[in-house]
Design a protein around this ligand. Structure first.
Ligand code: NDP
Length: 523
């Protein structure tokens, strides 16, 4: 058994303290000097492998800047990574659970020392402001610390309880699945990337990690930390590449045992479909773990504290420009307080500063041209589906910097079935829906195919209790913002089209990557 104190989430940094801001700015300079412009090759079987073609990562807040490059894996590279991972699995699966867990703890310790560098790199690569980057790196450390401890409960024969039966010894063994593919998004490119790799790895599996194209550098930075912590060659294969090419190849491959995917609903459903088809030579039913999008709602009723409501709405809607699966993209307000809530919400949002992640703006640029175009399309639709109360324009340039900027946008009196109330926009755009009363508000909240996060701002106990059971969301929050789940505190994952509800950072998450074997000996 490893000797560790009980798990405690990392505290966040207080950026109202000038010394913390100064330390962040020093880290930005260090990262500019040491990491910007860097090239990350593939890592296959512990070797760094370069490719003829490269993927370029741009600063979304200043698109004239290339942040760095990664190799671009080919199908041949993917094949080699898969075969090599199976070779590595033969010995990795025999490691003691505590020995595997120690590597995660060591990686967490390294990341704690390099926390500011990881933050600064994300400010430049994906445009996170200081607080958004800080909570994400805290989450990455938490995943490593939490999964290392969780692993202990699956160690050894008899880890799970069985009933005594006279004349026999009976017990259960948790066994790793084999080699899997981990495909992650750009919006939490440090925490989700490493959490989705570290969990299966500590359970004894080997993983091929394909990061999103827009965030290859921070992923490369995290893989280097895992290797520095002592992960053996082949256990974590780093395979930046194009999703439709190497991602597709690996998810359909007969030798892939499991797929853990976080990303859009469209890609997730596609993976679910192709992974279900048995390929020649395939020996198992692939396990697919999906964490997808959301159209998350927060209800404000007539008993609510309006200050709490407005603060929660602004934080939930515009944190990291609404580019969170948990972001509040539907604000449902009961008629009696609609004007007051919406008026104050608009005023609050007007005060948000637009700029770069590096200058710690409240709202920065969205991640790439595709996202910018997609959100712009919804902005065109907004006046037809509601009343644009704030924003409504893509900006393209802010303070002389060309980037993918979008004005924080609030659209009032949107019908519950309008496209902007149903489809995930993934930007700083909120649809406000008017409800007749509490019951109607709850009905609107549930009128979506998604079920990820949700919230209620109310001072009526009966309504909170009703919502506890009837509000259909994997993560439900009362009288606070609906984003910012903390590992171990609010295990995270959604229902319905939001995913398979695997609850990352939860007590049973590692079980997704294990199979149980019952062994009986008759005396
Ligand atoms: P995408 O679905 O576009 O991409 C996710 C990953 O899938 C990327 O690495 C991408 O590669 C890859 N990919 C694309 N096509 C394929 C394919 N055919 N086969 C295999 N892999 C493929 O999502 P985004 O990166 O845009 O992330 C945003 C989405 O993620 C939002 O919908 C958001 O709600 C969701 N999300 C959900 C979370 C949750 O916990 N439920 C948490 C965070 C985000 P490439 O980059 O090369 O295209």
């Amino acid at each position: 058994m490893i000797k560790v104190q009980d798990y405690r989430p990392q505290p966040f940094t207080d950026f109202t303290q000038p010394e913390n801001v100064q330390a962040y700015q020093e880290a930005l300079k260090k990262v500019r000097a040491e990491l910007v412009g860097k090239h990350y090759p593939l890592i296959i079987n512990g070797e760094r492998v370069d490719t003829a073609e490269r993927l370029t990562s741009l600063n979304p807040c200043d698109t004239s800047e290339v942040v760095g490059t990664t190799a671009k894996a080919t199908i041949e590279d993917a094949e080699r990574a898969l075969q090599g991972a199976w070779d590595a699995f033969e010995s990795w699966k025999k490691w003691d659970m505590d020995a595997r867990a120690r590597i995660l703890l060591k990686a967490a310790a390294i990341l704690k020392r390099r926390r500011l560098e990881a933050c600064a790199l994300m400010s430049i690569e994906v445009g996170k402001n200081y607080a958004e980057a800080d909570v994400e790196v805290a989450e990455a450390i938490d995943f490593l610390e939490y999964y290392a401890r969780s692993a202990m409960k699956y160690a050894g024969f008899g880890a799970a309880e069985t009933t005594w039966f006279e004349g026999e010894e009976n017990g259960l063994l948790y066994l790793p699945l084999g080699v899997g593919v981990s495909i992650s998004p750009w919006n939490f490119p440090c925490a989700i990337f490493i959490g989705m790799a570290a969990a299966p790895i500590v359970a004894g599996n080997c993983v091929i990690a394909k990061p999103a194209e827009d965030s290859g550098l921070i992923a490369g930075f995290m893989v280097d930390i895992m290797l520095e912590a002592g992960l053996p060659a082949g256990v974590l294969q780093f395979l930046p590449g194009v999703g439709k090419e190497v991602g597709e190849y690996l998810t359909t491959h007969a030798k892939t045992r499991f797929i853990t995917f976080t990303g859009s609903r469209a890609v997730g459903l596609h993976i679910n479909e192709v992974a279900a088809k048995t390929m020649p030579g395939q020996k198992w039913i692939k396990k697919v773990i999906l964490e997808l999008g959301g159209k998350d709602a927060m209800i404000v009723d007539e008993t609510a504290d309006l200050e709490v409501a407005v603060t929660a709405a602004a934080q939930g809607a515009f944190g990291f420009n609404g580019q969170k699966c948990s972001a509040m993209s539907r604000l449902i307000v009961v008629d009696e307080v609609y004007d007051a809530v919406v008026g104050q919400f608009v005023e609050r949002a007007k005060a948000l500063k637009i700029g770069t992640g590096e200058e710690n703006a409240n709202v920065t640029a969205v991640v790439n041209q595709m996202s910018y175009d997609k959100i712009s399309g919804y902005l065109d639709l907004a006046p037809q589906e509601g009343k644009v109360l704030l924003g409504g324009q893509p900006l393209g340039e802010v303070n002389g910097k060309q980037g993918y900027y979008i004005q924080p946008t609030i659209v009032g009196d949107v019908d519950a079935h309008a496209r902007i109330a149903q489809e995930e926009i993934f930007g700083p755009v909120v649809s406000v829906l008017r409800a007749r009363d509490w019951e109607h508000a709850l009905e609107i909240a549930n009128a979506t195919e998604y079920g990820l996060t949700g919230g209620v701002i109310s001072n009526k106990r009966e309504r909170l209790e009703q919502a506890r059971h009837e509000f259909e969301a994997g993560n439900l929050y009362f009288n606070r913002k609906i984003t910012g789940a903390i590992v171990g505190v609010q295990p995270f994952g959604g229902y319905y089209m939001s995913g398979t509800d695997s609850k990352a950072g939860g007590p049973d998450y590692l079980a997704n990557f294990l199979q149980l074997k019952s062994v009986t000996e008759r005396w």
